[in-house]
Every structure is written in C-alpha cells, then in structure tokens.
Design a protein around this ligand. Structure first.
Ligand SMILES: Cc1ncc(COP(=O)(O)O)c(C=O)c1O
Ligand SMILES: [Zn+2]
Length: 384
C-alpha cells in the first residue's frame, strides 16, 4: 500500500447483531450472534473523490471506507476497478466486468477484505463453505498470504456437484477441498462443524466480506463520473453482492456523494427462488422452497442466511425481484458470448433477468449489471 493512504481511525467500531442489536467486540471470532442473527459492522467510512483518482487501480483506492486498521495486514491481488463497458440493447446498458477479477469472480472483492481481517486477527487457519467461487477466492487470498510471515491454512467445503474447474482451481491454490454430498445447506453445516479450532471465514456470515463487495458501488459511482446508476440488476443467492451494493450506495448517500440510491433488481433462477417467492407473497423472510436443478449453481441457495436483510434492501431501494427460467439463462449466455463476453451460467442468469426487466425500465434511466463470474469456470453445462 502507498504510505499516503492512511487507515481509518474511528473508535466506535464493533460487530452488531442485525437481529437483536447485541454488540460484539471488533476482534471477536464469533461468526453469528448467540440469538442466531447475522452480524454487521459498526464503522464510520469516509470517501473523497480528490484522493481516490490518483491511487493505484484496485479497490483499495477507497481505503478510508474499508474497515481494516493496519495497512500491513492487507492481502491484495490487485482486485477491483474492473472495466465498465456499454452493450447496446436498443439502449446502452452498462456491464461491469467482474469476471476479470483475479480468481475469475467478484468474490475477490470480499475475499481481499475478509482475509485481510483474518490477518489482523492473527488467525492461521480458516474454513469456508461455498458453491465454488467464494471458495476459490478465499483459497486464492490464503495462497497470497503464504508469501508473508503469517501464512493461512485453508479448507474449503463444497457441494459434491460443484463445477470441476472450480474444484481444480481451489486445489491449485493449495487449499484442502472437502466435497460434501447432499444440499448446499449440508455443505454449510459440515464447514460450521469443522470450524471448531479454525476461523469460520464464511462469505455469507462474515461482514468484512460484504464491506469488500460494497466497492462495486464505489466503482460504478466513480466510473459513471461520480454518479450512481438509476437501476442495478444483480444475481442473488446469499446476497453478498446485493447487500454489498446496498451498503456501498448507502454509504455514498449518507456522505452526501450521491443524490439517490439505485433501484436494485434482484435476479433468482426460477428453479430455486426462495426470495423472489417471499417477495411476491410480501413476506419478510425467505419462503420454503424445494430447489430444482439449475445451471445457475452460484445462486442455487434455498436458505439464504441473510434473507431478511436482502428483502429489506430491495424494498428500501424501491426495487423488485425477477426470476429466470433455464432456457432464458441459455439464451442470455449466448447473447453475451456473441457480444464478446464469456461468462459462467450464474452470471448469464443476471443478464437474463436484465433482458426480462428492461422493457419495464424508463428509457432515460441509467441501467447497469455485473458480469459476476468467468465462463471458463463452467464450460460444460452450456455449449452453443
Ligand atoms: C458467478 C456468481 N454470481 C453470483 C453469485 C451470487 O452471489 P450471492 O450468493 O452472494 O448472492 C455467485 C455466488 O456464488 C456466483 O458464483
Ligand atoms: Zn442477536
């Protein structure tokens, strides 16, 4: 890090339960509150466009808004500041190319923050469960830490059906891969049980991961000329990208740096849509669903732990939910590929949602979406 980028110096930092409001110490290793609620961070960010523009092209250019105390703890692979391009869909639509992140998905944003926090805690072993990409990202940043005096041992639990390329990638980074049969929830349970002595570096539960993902909002703001888009379309499984975006735009708004926050349009695969289902029934928590197989493995989450928060964030943004059928995912994948963007099926699902939602969006609105994962991670399922 450049020495001119100083760390935030606020002293009101704490972990706060999103359900009961209980306050936990910043340095605590608990992964959820005793009441079962997910934890959030109490932390005061600042941002100044004049400082940001001259800095190196990574998400650490927003240093004063990132909740890591010590610059020496930062674990980075140069993630963030991915290209933002338009695609003509009869009107320009902005595509944020997060498939170009170091491990091939937007999860690197969260992993950089989470593993930097792990280093601040002086933890030497982590356990994580994932549908593949978050595991690959956590494994990559643990591998990056191996060159430091504090290497971090990494075990990743994945569903047995995870794309082979993602398993190969996780193992290549030197992490132990544990394949768990059964549902995605069974995989999470296995990791939680194993996390006795190691730190549970869960992208779902750990709030530092969300504070990494919030940089998607800062980058859209910067790359659109210090403006927020009017509408942002995002894929949602456990909601780390959507909650991160809501957090980031919320911080920009609170700092007076944007006039309005974007409407968030959350996309789920119709085959596994507990949140879209809850939305249509005006429920505050995820609906019980019987998940069917879907090409969109990254968002096949039947029981999202932060489901209430996701529904509340979409509601607060005046947004909505869209579901997409498998055939629409295939069509969207082909559409993107023929335009030069090779993404994995989960990312194509978000674009399919955008194609569905676009006719309802006013023509003057600035519309953006995120290409969340690289196509080479999951080549077999869709061949055109
Ligand atoms: C490529 C891709 N896009 C989107 C998502 C959805 O992220 P989240 O589960 O945090 O909503 C994932 C999650 O694994 C993913 O791998
Ligand atoms: Zn609580």
């Amino acid at each position: 890090m450049s020495a001119s980028i100083s760390a935030p110096t606020h002293d009101d930092r704490a972990l706060v339960c999103s359900l009961c409001g209980a306050v936990h110490s910043w340095d605590s290793r608990v992964w959820r509150c005793a009441c079962g609620g997910p934890l959030d961070l109490r932390f005061t960010p600042t941002l100044d466009p004049q400082h940001i523009t001259g800095r190196p092209p990574s998400l650490w250019r927003y240093r004063e808004a990132l909740p890591i105390r010590d610059d020496d703890a930062i674990v980075t692979l140069g993630e963030g500041l991915t290209p933002l391009l338009t695609l003509d869909l009869g009107r320009p639509v902005w595509l944020k190319q997060d498939q170009l992140c170091p491990s091939g998905s937007y999860k690197d944003r969260g992993a950089s923050l989470l593993i930097s926090h792990v280093r601040e805690l002086d933890v030497d072993a982590v356990v994580e469960d994932s549908s593949g990409n978050a595991g690959a990202a956590i494994a990559a940043y643990c591998a990056r830490s191996s060159a430091t005096p504090h290497p971090i041992d990494c075990s990743i639990y994945v569903p047995a059906a995870t794309s082979p390329a993602k398993l190969t990638q996780i193992a290549a980074y030197g992490a132990r891969v544990r394949r768990i049969s059964g549902s995605r929830s069974d995989t999470a349970l296995a990791a939680q049980q194993a996390a006795g002595s190691a730190y549970y570096a869960s992208h779902v539960w750990n709030p530092w991961f969300l504070h990494g993902c919030k940089t998607i909002a800062f980058e859209l703001w910067e790359q659109l000329g210090w403006r927020a888009p009017d509408v942002l379309v995002l894929p949602v499984g456990n909601g780390t990208l959507l909650l991160g975006a809501a957090l980031g735009f919320g911080e920009l708004h609170a700092l007076g740096l944007i006039a309005h926050r974007p409407r968030l349009i959350a996309v789920q695969a119709a085959a596994c849509a507990p949140l879209a289902e809850a939305w249509s029934r005006e429920r505050e928590g995820p609906a019980a669903v019987a998940p069917q197989p879907t090409l969109a493995e990254g968002i096949a989450i039947a029981e999202p732990a932060r489901g209430r928060q996701i529904l509340a964030a979409v509601r607060a943004s005046h947004g909505s939910f869209v579901t997409v059928a498998e055939a629409q995912i295939v069509t969207a994948h082909a559409h993107l590929a023929r335009a030069g963007f090779y993404v994995e099926p989960t990312a194509a699902a978000a674009f399919a949602g955008l194609l569905r939602a676009l006719p309802e969006i006013p023509t003057h609105a600035t519309v953006a979406t995120v290409l969340t994962g690289h196509g080479l991670k999951s080549v077999q399922p869709i061949a055109h």
